[in-house]
Design a protein around this ligand. Structure first.
Ligand code: DOR
Ligand code: ZN
Length: 481
């Protein structure tokens, strides 16, 4: 061999590559964390390491745009090491972490501290969200400079009790974020509706699990989606609707898309695979915001993924301890449950059951989130030059989910006991194994990097900038009126 011949770091051979539109047999060569070549085995360069993926599928690692890793603040629930280990075991190579930690991420200092934690502990790549609320209104610039993937706006209260901005504050916040091009992810549940209903139900003495659903009917979400879309349309801000849980939200989502609003939506396995029928057996374990709803919502949400109204799959991975999830009084049970580790197995199982394709899954789990957050094709694609973020999956292996065996610190979820027919066997992050043969690779701890500095969002399309709070209150304007 001549010295000019390329030596790859790793060649994966024998597997079936899944792209957004096809499945094909090919080998993959990786060098310096990136995909160097894809093609016939004979065409691959020499490599210092080889992996036989015969019988396995090779997918772009999933990008989960919605996880809560609780670090800093709640180590009994999860930290960045256990959360990203769970991601690696789930075939997830990039996560976007939510800002409802302690402290919440709403200024440069808290953001810097979280970056320090994440960069020393993460097994997979990550983006960090910052709070978009009245408390961060004057900090937007420093938060963007500090390195964020986007903003999170809590229209409804949930774990961490981050105050919801009024509609007036939301408009001003959208006006400020719109020119930056950053996407605003919304917890779209209208606080005043659900707080009023919860108070009344509590006064009646209701403490049963279904009272949680009764406090938050779908209109709570519909009203919020509609209002957020109106503000996004007015300002030109980009928005993302988190955890779509009902059929009723699909209309305002689709209408806003038709009107040209830059709006995307995600749903999560719980809104496809669970229903109100599960509250009796699973009790507080199933408590999540927004709630798991009546079974008639499952099929339309699936259909919306298939037709593209909903853009992607995320998890809302929200770990809590066993004690926090098993309290008798439903109002005292912490909301949410883990999901980052089981999303891929559960969704691939559902895809097989419903006759969708692995390519559909790759679009929903990797390509679409990467495109919508300006990371494509570095992330979310298996292409020459892309980061070598890869999930190598056995799609023909039946196993039973066992909460006792998870990487996540939270050992309690509604997924316990469910059967899946797929399992990630190896997970590679920028060329390095984070999980190999179902074993965590300890040397991958701290390998994960923030993806904010590779994010390239399209230019912002600001609207009504002459009527913003800033414009109408500027010194020049007030001096002439
Ligand atoms: O149920 C939930 N739990 N919904 C959220 O939006 C937040 C999450 C959490 O952080 O626990
Ligand atoms: Zn969440």
């Amino acid at each position: 061999m001549t010295t000019s011949e390329v030596i790859a770091d790793l060649v994966i051979h024998g597997g079936t590559i899944v792209s957004p539109d096809a499945e094909y047999q090919a080998s993959v060569a990786i060098k310096d964390g990136m995909i160097l070549a894809i093609g016939k085995r004979q065409a691959m360069p020499q490599a210092s390491d080889y992996l036989d993926a015969t019988g396995l599928h090779i997918l772009p690692g999933a990008i989960d745009v919605h996880v809560h890793f609780r670090d800093p603040g709640y180590p009994q629930k999860e930290d960045f090491a256990s959360g990203t280990a769970a991601a690696a075991f789930g075939g997830v190579t990039t996560v976007f972490d939510m800002p409802n930690t302690l402290p919440a991420i709403s200024d440069a200092k808290s953001l810097r501290e979280k970056h320090e934690i994440a960069s020393t502990k993460a097994h997979v790549d990550y983006g960090l969200y910052a709070v978009l609320g009245e408390e961060s209104l004057t900090n937007i610039g420093e938060l963007i400079d500090g390195g964020i993937i986007g903003f999170k706006c809590y229209m409804g209260n949930t774990f961490g009790r981050i105050p919801s901005p009024t509609t007036g504050a939301m408009l001003e916040l959208f006006e400020i974020v719109a020119p930056t091009g950053k996407r605003i992810s919304l917890h779209a549940e209208t606080n005043s509706i659900m707080e009023r209903r919860e108070a009344r139900l509590r006064r009646m003495g209701r403490t049963d699990p279904l009272a949680h659903l009764a406090a938050r009917p779908a209109v709570v979400a519909v009203e919020a989606v509609e209002r957020a879309a109106t503000l996004a349309e007015w300002t030109g801000a980009r928005i993302h609707i988190l955890h779509i849980s009902s059929t009723a939200e699909l209309r305002p989502l689709a209408d806003a898309k038709d009107r040209g609003v830059d709006i995307t939506g995600e749903t999560c396995p719980q809104y496809l695979l669970l229903s109100a029928d599960d509250y009796e057996a699973k009790r507080g374990v199933i408590r999540v915001n927004p709630p798991v709803r009546e079974a008639e919502n499952n099929d339309p949400i699936w259909q919306a993924l298939v037709d593209g109204t909903i853009d992607m799959i995320a998890t809302d991975h929200a770990p809590h301890s066993i004690e926090e999830k098993t309290r008798e009084d439903i109002w005292t049970v912490d909301c949410g449950f883990p999901g980052v580790e089981t999303q891929m197995p559960l969704m691939l199982t559902e895809i097989a059951r419903r006759g969708a394709s692995l390519s559909d899954y790759v679009r929903w789990s990797a390509e679409s989130p990467a495109k919508r957050w300006g990371l494509f094709p570095r992330k979310g694609a298996l292409m020459v030059g892309s980061d070598a973020d890869i999930a190598i999956v056995d799609t023909n292996l039946t196993w039973t989910i066992d909460d006792a065996l998870t990487q996540s610190t939270a050992r309690i979820s509604p997924w316990h006991g469910m059967e899946a027919t797929a399992l990630p066997i190896h997970t590679i992050v920028r060329g390095k194994f984070a999980m190999k043969d179902r074993k965590l690779q300890e040397d991958a701890r701290g390998w994960g990097r923030s993806v904010h500095d590779i994010q390239v969002m399209p230019p912002a399309e600001v609207r009504n900038s002459d009527q913003t709070m800033e414009a109408v209150t500027s010194a020049r304007r007030s001096a002439t009126t």
